[in-house]
Design a protein around this ligand. Structure first.
Ligand code: NAG
Ligand code: NAG
Ligand code: NAG
Ligand code: NAG
Ligand code: NAG
Length: 564
């Protein structure tokens, strides 16, 4: 036996050894809308991302709990990127084995990050297919955009299997923009007669959330960011025009401070315009960064690229809002777990990540034979981000109280366990509404429940390509609105010498709804079947899986979050 064991060392990476899948549950079906345009040429260059196994992820999770819990002595004692790196950096063995594996396949062109847990390597398609048995690279096209992905699952050599979480650049495709943003032509909502409608503008938001003209940023080094992953660009001219039209009542900036990545030359996109125009309207006079398709290559996953970038930048804005989401069931568990760890890495640095809860209510997955279940969305379902749902005005033409926007994404994760910070809030909801809950077979009460809070998501005005566009709706509107307000609170905290809010949820749930406008009316949509008839969960007093704790009453929230 011993002799055999010693023999196995020279055999390292011999092609005879076993290989295994890293992402056995990853969806490899190409979604509708993409057409296959043939195999890629074997000599074509690909760029793949290797996620190396990290150390101390339990300790990372515990550290995040301590630095985000206002009752802990460690509250706000954030780590630098260097400290995160010393905590999670892969072991020497992991680094050696992975490097050796790549090198023995002739792959030498790799970049690493400050935390050394990602490698981005360039190689030909032919080399990639040898390195990752099973993979078959094809080109896919949608709306003139072309991508390279593998049509079949990949495996890795047994000797590296335990040293990797996943390999990026093989399967996941960018979701469609309109999955995140619906203009009202898609909505069931009745339109008012001409001339009567109001529509959400910065002054409407500032009135509803009680922001005064002096509630603008003043701290020197505060900043906020939006991240874009679709082929979407904002335009400086649109932003300037938007602020000229809607920003007269408060001091604001009319220019983005920094663009990270490359903005294409194409037309401005609705999503990008919306995010930038509104984070800069609530987070007024705060320096704003835009992260955009960074050095995009056909074989890269844009969202993953952004995550990798965060691990390579020591100086980052405190608040990031992101309108990206995929069905949980289309992603591998290994991928979601690792991305969740990346969220923890951001959280321990004091960075707040806000994700849109999605625009399909509880969602719907067809299990066959008339059987359905709700369909949670990721990253909205991650326990380590703050997820933002959507509301409408009770009277759509006036600044009234808010009710559920029926598209507001919400529900329970099938992947992530319910975190402690929300257990009692969710339990109370389930008990209070027990009689009217959808059937138990539709959702999983042991999972992380979302959203955490909400804001208006209906009938926004956006300036795009120089034209004001009405009726823009979706949780991608509410997310930057909340992000801007958190940035204002950070601003006041920084002026007082306090640390930034960081990962907000533990503190948010301890407020038990204080300082938020509770949303208690309306239900969101779900499966159109006999059992639930399109109805998902319903809003209720205190926390609910449609609007979370509710929407911000800015002065009250500022007061509550300005204490140590
Ligand atoms: C990370 O940043 C360093 C410079 O700070 C750079 O050399 C390296 O290529 C970057 N890594 C990636 C993956 O871009
Ligand atoms: C904030 O807004 C609400 C509703 O519009 C209002 O009742 C309240 O008096 C306002 N002011 C504060 C400080 O909460
Ligand atoms: C806007 O922010 C800058 C710092 O970035 C600050 O010096 C200035 O006073 C702020 N403007 C107002 C009106 O508060
Ligand atoms: C903080 O200020 C410095 C100096 O002006 C600047 O280089 C840096 O980008 C700022 N950081 C953030 C996160 O805004
Ligand atoms: C329910 O969620 C838990 C995680 O909280 C998970 O382990 C379990 O597999 C989920 N059940 C289903 C049916 O997806």
């Amino acid at each position: 036996m011993n002799a055999l064991l010693t023999l196995s060392i020279p055999l390292l990476f011999s092609s005879l050894a076993w290989s295994g899948y890293l992402e056995h549950d990853q969806d490899v079906l190409i979604p509708d809308g993409w057409t296959r345009a043939g195999r890629v040429n074997p000599s074509e260059e690909l760029e793949l991302t290797f996620a190396l196994k990290q150390r101390n992820t339990d300790l990372l999770e515990e550290t995040l709990r301590l630095v985000s819990d206002p009752d802990s002595a460690q509250y706000g004692k954030y780590l630098t990127l260097e400290e995160v790196s010393s905590l999670v950096r892969p072991t020497e063995l992991t680094q050696k084995v992975v490097h050796h594996w790549l090198q023995s396949n002739g792959i030498t062109n790799c970049l690493t990050v400050r935390t050394q847990d990602f490698l981005q390597c360039t190689m030909t398609a032919e080399v990639a297919e040898t390195l990752l048995p099973g993979s078959k690279f094809h080109r896919y096209i949608r709306d003139g955009h072309s991508l390279v992905r593998s049509s079949a699952p990949y495996s890795v050599h047994d000797d590296v299997h335990q040293h990797l979480d996943f390999v990026g650049g093989l399967h996941r495709l960018p979701p469609k923009g309109q999955d995140l943003l619906k203009t009202s032509s898609n909505r069931k909502q009745k339109r008012p007669k001409a001339g009567l409608h109001l529509g959400v503008t910065p002054s409407v938001l500032r009135a509803r959330y009680n922001l005064t003209a002096t509630d603008v940023g003043t701290a020197q080094n505060n900043s906020q960011a939006v991240a874009q992953f679709l082929e979407q660009y904002y335009s400086d001219a649109d932003l300037a025009e938007f602020m000229g039209m809607y920003g007269r009542s408060f001091k604001h900036l009319s220019q983005v401070s920094r663009v990270v990545g490359t903005q294409g030359a194409g037309k401005a996109g609705i999503e990008a315009s919306l995010d930038v125009e509104y984070i800069m309207s609530t987070g007024a006079n705060i320096s704003t960064w835009v992260f955009t398709n960074q050095g995009r290559h056909e074989s890269q996953e844009p969202f993953l690229q952004w995550m990798v970038l965060l691990s390579n930048m020591s100086d980052l804005p405190w608040v990031h809002t992101i309108s990206y989401g995929d069905d949980e069931d289309s992603l591998s568990t290994a991928y979601m777990m690792r991305i969740n760890t990346e969220f923890m890495k951001a959280g321990v640095r004091g960075i707040s990540l806000l994700f849109a809860s999605g625009d399909s209510g509880a969602g719907c997955k067809h299990l066959g034979k008339g059987q359905n279940s709700f369909r949670p969305s990721f990253p909205a379902s991650s326990p380590y981000v703050t997820t933002v749902g959507g509301t409408s005005f009770k009277n759509p033409f006036k600044v009234t109280y808010e009710i559920t926007d029926y598209i507001s994404g919400g529900g329970f994760s099938n992947v992530f366990k319910m975190p402690d910070y929300q257990a009692s809030a969710v339990d109370r909801y389930l008990k209070n509404v027990a009689a009217t809950l959808p059937p138990q077979s539709y959702f999983n009460t042991s999972g992380r429940a979302y959203p955490d809070m909400a804001a208006l998501s209906d009938n926004y005005w956006v300036v795009m390509n120089r034209v004001p566009v009405p009726w823009v709706s979706g949780t991608s509107a509410s997310t930057p609105v909340v992000g801007g307000m958190l940035s204002l609170i950070n601003d006041q905290r920084l002026l007082k010498g306090l640390p930034a809010l960081g990962f907000l949820n533990p503190r948010l749930y301890k407020l038990k709804g204080q300082a938020l406008f509770d949303v208690t009316e309306g239900c969101h949509l779900s499966c159109l079947d006999e059992q639930v008839q399109g109805k998902g969960f319903c809003a209720a007093p205190s926390w609910d899986p449609v609007t979370g704790w509710g929407t911000p009453n800015y002065p009250a929230l500022l007061a509550a979050l300005l204490a140590e």
